[in-house]
Design a protein around this ligand. Sequence first.
Ligand code: CO
Ligand code: CO
Length: 342
Amino acid sequence: MKLQVVNEVSALPVVSLVPAGYSAGSSALSKLEAARIAGEAHRRARLSIQNIIQPGMTLREIGEHIENCTRTLIGVGYNGGIGFPTGLSLNACAAHDTPNPKTADRVLQENDVLKIDIGTHLDGHIVDSAFTVAFKPEYANLLLAARDSVYECLKIAGPDTPLKDIGEKAEEVIRSYEVVIDGKTCGVRPVLNLNGHTIEQYKIHGGKYVPITKRSGNRDRMVEGEFYAIETFATTGNGYVREQGDCSHYALVNKNARSSLEGGRSLLEYLNRTFSTLPFCKRYIGPEVKSPDAYLAHLVKQGAVEQYPPLFDVPGSYVAQFEHTLYINSSGIEVMSKGEDY
Ligand code: CO
Ligand code: CO
């Protein structure tokens, strides 16, 4: 593949990574080939935002920049290759946040800790990978705790690896760090109720979970042919997250659901056609959908759509996250999202 990375002026990618003549769903590519392209798109999209991100940008600008990159780099299939809403979770919020259309936009501050969780996909083969941005050096160790723990977990991942071993390693590495914030030394711990996961086609959470704590009781092992997202969360808080605030993340969980309301039926049809079972956010719903908030709430109540509200540790805490997507092959792993940055 001969490709140019970014246009120097706009810092936006300028070419598609998808082979000419390729059409989504044609199964011309193996799942591994498709995931490799999604992985390359991920690297380029995140490089592009890393080049320009700074305090003063709004979260919406950051999210849209990344999403525009993905639409340019992939641009085919459901939601143009966007695997799930761009996670832009600040400080005590660990995951599942992204700006909603009508809410006031938040400006990134010098002392923020921002988790950027990006999903790309080709033909439903999703690459899920996250990193954390902080501008103040005092957060460096918190970020390192999360990043280093992912790296150490990747070293032991492979066919037959017990998932509980990954959890043990993640906690051991995370707890070996401490941070000094405002002159106060503070321990770092993993978030007990967050974990990595398997990934299946069009299904971001495939059904097996990868713990990031020691006493998980998990009895599963990694199996050749599976895709995993290994993600760790290091926090200065309690190590336990709760759902809180304005929900932005949703996914259609029942493709055959019905609705008694005409608006519900037309939204179901739209979601099926636009996202299939890939997670989406309110910003991705086009202007042709009438009263999306009301009908979305209706479909959630019907059980057709699931909602994933933001997840917060205690107020005043800081959470860092890193995440890679890997494939389990016969001899070890292939890290689909590995780049020079992380
Ligand atoms: Co993720
Ligand atoms: Co994930």
